[in-house]
Design a protein around this ligand. Structure first.
Ligand SMILES: Nc1ncnc2c1ncn2[C@@H]1O[C@H](COP(=O)(O)OP(=O)(O)O)[C@@H](O)[C@H]1O
Ligand SMILES: [Mg+2]
Length: 316
C-alpha cells in the first residue's frame, strides 16, 4: 500500500492491560477519504484502538501514525487534526444546542470569524437548525448523537473517529446519522467508525473485523461477504432440535449457524440440497415453517470468520 496516501498507519500496534491483550499487533493503513468501519462484538478492542489512534492512550508495543504524526511522540499535534466522538461522548445537558457548539469552539480555539461561518453550516448539516435553543438534555437520543457529531467537527478535522455513534439509537435516526456520514465522506473527510451493527458495516468503503484484539479480516464489504461461498438457506423450523451437526455432515453443506429461532444453512447449491435438508430435519422431528434462499450477508460472513478463527485457535 502506498504510504504517501495513507492518513493512518498502524504497525504491529499493540495495547495490553496486564495479561489481557486488548489490541493485538494491528497492521493496517487507512487511506485519505475512506469510511473505514471497525466492526466487532463487545470487548473486541475497538475503543482501545480508537484511543490509541487519538493519541490519548499509549501503545504498549508497536506504533502508529496519524496525518504523519507519531502517536507516541506527537500526540498533541494529532489532536488538532482529528475529531473524536467517544462512546460516552458528553454534551453539556444544561446548555442549548447552540451553546454546546460555542463551548466546543472555545475548547478548540476556533476564531470568531470561523464560528460565524461554521456554526450555521454545522447546524444545517446535522439537521438541527430548528432546535438551536433547546437544551441538550432534552433532545432525543438521535439528536444528541447528531449534536455530538457537529461538536466533533467544529475545528474542521480532516479525520474523525466515531466510537459506536449510533448504539442505542432508533433505526430511523441511525439511518439519518449514516446519511450525514455519507455527506461528510463526499467532502473528503476520513472517517473511522466503530459499530456492532453489521448493516452499518455494509455502508463503509472498507471494513476491519475485530475479534479478541485481532483484525481477522479487512476488506470491502462485498469482498468479505464473498468469503462465504454458495447460497444461504434461511429456515424457520417449528423447534430447534440440535440438528445442526447432522446437517453439517451432509454433502454440499458448508456450515450451519443458529440465529434466534432460525437456521442459516450455507450450501453450495440450495436447490440441489434442499431435499436432504428437509429429510434430516424430519429425522429430528422438525418441520419447516418458513424458508427462503438468500445470498449471505455481512452478519453471516462475520460469524463464519469468527468460527474459523476459533477453530484455528483450538487446533493450535
Ligand atoms: N483501561 C482498561 N483497563 C483494563 N482493561 C481494559 C481497559 N480498557 C479496555 N479493557 C479491556 O480490553 C478489552 C477491549 O476493550 P474495548 O477496546 O473497550 O473493546 P470494544 O470497544 O470493542 O468493546 C476488553 O476486554 C476490556 O475489558
Ligand atoms: Mg467500545
Amino acid at each position: 500500500m502506498n504510504a504517501e496516501s495513507s492518513v493512518i498507519e498502524m504497525r504491529q500496534l499493540t495495547r495490553s492491560f496486564g495479561d489481557l491483550v486488548a489490541v493485538d499487533h494491528l497492521d493496517l493503513a487507512i487511506e485519505r477519504g475512506e469510511i473505514f468501519g471497525l466492526v466487532g462484538p463487545d470487548g473486541a478492542g475497538k475503543t482501545t484502538t480508537l484511543r490509541l489512534l487519538a493519541g490519548i492512550m499509549q501503545p504498549t508495543a508497536g506504533s502508529a501514525s496519524v496525518v504523519g504524526h507519531d502517536v507516541r511522540e506527537q500526540a498533541e499535534a494529532i489532536k488538532h487534526h482529528i475529531g473524536y466522538m467517544a462512546q460516552q461522548f458528553s454534551l453539556y445537558e444544561d446548555l442549548t444546542i447552540l451553546e454546546n457548539l460555542r463551548f466546543f469552539a472555545d475548547i478548540y480555539q476556533v476564531s470568531a470569524a470561523e464560528r460565524r461561518e461554521r456554526i450555521p453550516r454545522l447546524l444545517q448539516f446535522s439537521r438541527l437548525e430548528r432546535f438551536t435553543a433547546r437544551r441538550a438534555g432534552r433532545l432525543s437520543g438521535g439528536m444528541q448523537k447528531k449534536l455530538a457529531l457537529a461538536c466533533t467537527l467544529i475545528h474542521q478535522p480532516q479525520v474523525i473517529y466515531l466510537d459506536e455513534p449510533t448504539t442505542g439509537v432508533d433505526p430511523v435516526s441511525r439511518r439519518e446519522f449514516w446519511d450525514i456520514l455519507g455527506d461528510l465522506h463526499l467532502e473528503g473527510i476520513t472517517i473511522v467508525v466503530s459499530t456492532p451493527y453489521m448493516d452499518e458495516a455494509e455502508r463503509c468503503s472498507r471494513v476491519g473485523l475485530m475479534f479478541q484484539g485481532r483484525l481477522i479480516a479487512c476488506d470491502a464489504p462485498a469482498a468479505i461477504q464473498n468469503r462465504i461461498e454458495g447460497e444461504m438457506l434461511e429456515i424457520r423450523p417449528d423447534r430447534l432440535n440440535g440438528s445442526a451437526p447432522a446437517l453439517e455432515s451432509l454433502p454440499g453443506i458448508h456450515e450451519v449457524q443458529t440465529y434466534g429461532d432460525m437456521l442459516h444453512i450455507f450450501v453450495d447449491d440450495a436447490e440441489q440440497r434442499i431435499d436432504a435438508v428437509r429429510h434430516t430435519l424430519a429425522d429430528h422431528g422438525q418441520q419447516i415453517l418458513w424458508m427462503r434462499v438468500t445470498p449471505p450477508r455481512m452478519e453471516e460472513a462475520f460469524i463464519h470468520l469468527v468460527r474459523k478463527q476459533a477453530a484455528l485457535k483450538a487446533r493450535a
